[in-house]
Design a protein around this ligand. Structure first.
Ligand SMILES: Nc1nc2c(ncn2[C@@H]2O[C@@H]3COP(=O)(O)O[C@H]4[C@@H](O)[C@H](n5cnc6c(=O)[nH]c(N)nc65)O[C@@H]4COP(=O)(O)O[C@H]3[C@H]2O)c(=O)[nH]1
Length: 677
């Protein structure tokens, strides 16, 4: 056995295997270990031969020490079958289920190689001006796959394998290998302290600076250094890719939630230490789901990319933008001088983000709702800071689109319930846990079905059917009414189309609008789009609005109502009598129908004041050329009174409760309003 044959065995990568300490077995070994341990491998796998008595004893001691909380260094000399010597070095790893194991590597033990005269190894980094040493034996050059080199105490390369020269060139000094001179110094210093050294380090190869695993052995007698290198750049690239995958959003390439938490943690530490402020903006795009639903996820994804690019241009260079997923982003700004700084960013985002985007050859628009929270004013820990910014964002959403709000204390009051229920509602929208029921509208003169009011129900997987009174206010508050409202309009139109296709005589479909929906900037466009998409003629579609909705911003309402009228659909005032009830004012609104609230119908014939109001309302509505419909009609006597007062249509349990689509069709058939063409 020659010294060189030992080097041959020390091939890279290192032989590595895992020892299950409790079982005294070897559950895994790599190819190098397989080659190194050759025909004893079968025994290794069954855990018998390699782990002989002496080793078993050492492992037992090791386990005992581990149990006492003491981790002993595990080193074990190993001589392979052909006499090559190795140092096996192990470290503790978890094997799952509370079991512990050792991850071991066999490092070639080069301390037996006979080599030239000793001097100090420190000289190797200080003697770069010395001429090249002549000690080369010429033997190593024959190795083609092993990247190996030997250096004398002056740091001069004595000899190198063909592979080494191929990778690093014919270098003169050990320091020539290192990409950074500081790295060379600390490397040599470590080597002086340790017998052998295994380190991952960047070296200067002919291909450029790359990551290598370097195994170095320092020979005591000769002071020479023996160095093996193994290119691990590819592994590093994989690690980097994995890091990117875990910490960056693949769609926008923005840092994700993980990195957000990391930055917030460090921002918090800095701010506490230096008594500084920092803040964040929680950004949620408005009605993004509508875009996904209408144009597909590819278009939605592209829009998200464009929006991310746009937001980046609106924030200062020292601010950092993160994507939390979906249509949610967060901007973090450290060392702020006050809330205004954050408000300025919000304004800049709102202004720029709402400009059109060219996506899939279409011009698209989207707005953002933003919530602002700052440390230490609004929270003194990260979770609450995020939660409060989120609460402020919800406030912005429920107040109107394209707005920002700075967190205020009262926003937190309902936030827990809000997030739980809101979260449920969000999921319900995604999973379409909603159905529409339809209540017939009956013409008084001939008791024919002339219309249907679409009424939403939430079919909750655990709670069963939930009435709209319970969740519409929540949907309003969270802004979710916008996607939900659009779903209602689309579903109702599709249903009308289906009924028509199954031979039902034309009837009008009415849909309720909520106040938040009514504020939606692109509402008229959205309704037009849905009507076109579903092929419903506008004259068969009606929107029901409340008085309070119209009065909130009368001028804007008038403009919007005219927009709807231009489309050709009809407009009805719902729950009439419960609000302002100013017919004179209502004259200004281009509406066609008044719906008398069921609270008036309840007492009809029992309360003369009520009767007088209903009678007067119908008379005045007629003079204004408005159609009148009464809701909540439950009895024949109510029906007869309304007939006598000149009411044109009724709706109520007297005829039918709201029905699912199929039952409504059956109801129509029983009323002979089916004209099978
Ligand atoms: N006691 C009695 N009740 C009757 C009678 N006839 C009908 N009703 C009920 O009265 C409500 C009429 O709807 P609304 O006034 O628009 O009041 C609706 C409407 O404001 C809102 N809503 C329902 N669907 C939607 C929707 O799709 N969008 C929006 N924004 N709001 C909706 O929820 C409210 C409640 O809806 P529902 O629970 O379906 O309750 C419905 C209906 O089931 C009757 O003879 N007697």
């Amino acid at each position: 056995m020659t010294d060189l044959s030992m080097l041959v065995h020390a091939k890279m990568p290192l032989a590595a295997w895992i020892i299950d300490i409790e079982q005294s077995s070897v559950p895994w070994c790599n190819d190098a270990a397989e080659a190194l341990l050759a025909d004893s491998l079968n025994d290794i796998k069954s855990g018998q031969r390699l782990i002989g008595d002496a080793l078993q004893k050492r492992l037992s001691l090791y386990i005992e020490a581990l149990e006492l909380g003491e981790e002993l260094p595990f080193k074990w000399p190993y001589v392979s079958k052909d006499g090559a010597r190795y140092k096996v070095i192990g470290s503790v790893i978890s094997l799952g289920n509370g079991r512990r194991g050792l991850s071991v590597e066999a490092h070639p033990d080069l301390s037996h190689v006979s080599l030239p005269t000793p001097t100090s190894i420190t000289a190797s980094i200080t003697s770069s001006t010395l001429p090249r040493a002549p000690e080369s034996s010429g033997l190593l050059t024959q190795f083609r796959t092993l990247s190996f080199a030997a250096f004398n105490p002056k740091g001069e390369m004595i000899e190198a394998s063909e592979c080494f020269i191929g990778v690093f060139g014919d270098i003169q000094y050990i320091r020539d290998l290192f990409a950074v001179s500081g790295a060379a110094n600390s490397f040599i210093q470590r080597l002086e302290r340790l017998e052998c050294l295994s380190q991952e380090i960047r070296l200067s190869s002919k291909q450029g600076v790359r990551w290598y695993k370097v195994e170095v052995s320092y020979h005591h007698f000769t002071n020479n250094v023996y160095l093996l290198t193994h290119d691990i750049q590819e592994e590093r690239d994989h690690e980097v890719a994995l890091y990117r995958l875990n910490n960056y959003d693949s769609l926008t390439l923005l840092p994700n939630r993980n990195l957000l938490y990391q930055q917030l943690e460090s921002a918090l530490v800095n701010a506490r230490k230096r008594e500084r402020e920092f803040g964040l903006l929680y950004i949620d795009l408005d009605s993004f789901k509508v875009i996904n639903d209408n144009f597909g996820h590819r278009v939605g994804d592209e829009l998200i990319q464009r929006v991310a690019e746009r937001i980046k241009t609106c924030i200062p260079p020292r601010a950092c933008l993160y994507r939390l997923g979906g249509d949610e982003f967060v901007v973090v700004l450290e060392n702020t001088t006050g809330i205004e700084e954050l408000q300025n960013i919000a304004e800049s985002i709102m202004q720029n983000a709402s400009n059109t985007y060219l996506v899939a050859k279409m011009e698209m628009m989207i707005t953002a709702s933003i919530g602002i929270a700052s440390y230490p004013q609004h929270a003194d820990d990260i979770d609450n800071l995020l939660k409060n910014a989120d609460a402020a964002m919800y406030r912005a959403k429920s107040t109107g689109h394209n707005m920002y709000f700075v967190y205020e204390n009262n926003m937190a009051e309902n936030i827990d319930a809000h997030l739980t229920l809101g979260g449920g509602l969000r999921k319900a929208i995604e999973e379409e846990q909603f159905v529409l029921h339809y209540q017939p509208k009956i013409r008084l003169c001939d008791e024919e079905v002339v219309g249907a009011e679409a009424l939403i129900r939430w079919v909750h997987p655990e709670l069963g059917m939930i009435s709209p009174d319970q969740f519409i206010p929540l949907a309003e508050e969270s802004g979710l009414i916008l996607p939900l409202g659009e779903w209602v309009i689309r579903r109702a139109c599709r249903q009308l189309k289906e009924w028509r296709e199954s031979g039902v005589a034309p009837i009008k479909m009415s849909v309720n609008l909520s106040s938040r929906q009514f504020m939606q900037a692109d509402l008229v466009d959205m309704v037009e789009r849905v009507l076109q998409e579903t092929g419903v003629e506008p004259e068969y579609f009606e929107l029901e609005l409340t008085e309070s909705m119209l009065m909130a911003d009368a001028q804007q309402s008038i403009d919007k109502l005219h927009g709807f009228r231009k489309l050709g659909l009809t407009l009805s005032i719902d729950d009439f009598g419960t609000g302002y009830s100013s017919l004179a004012y209502l004259k200004k609104f281009p509406i066609q129908t008044l719906k008398i609230d069921r609270s008036f119908i309840n007492d009809l014939g029992l309360d003369s004041d009520n009767d007088a109001i209903v009678k007067a309302t119908i008379a005045m509505a007629k003079s204004l050329n408005l159609k009148v419909i009464a809701e909540g009609v439950e009895t024949r006597s109510q029906f007869d009174l309304l007939d006598g007062y000149g009411c044109q249509e009724v709706q109520g349990y007297l005829f039918s409760k709201p029905l699912c689509g199929e039952d409504f069709l059956r109801y129509m058939s029983s009323q002979n309003v089916v004209t099978f063409a």
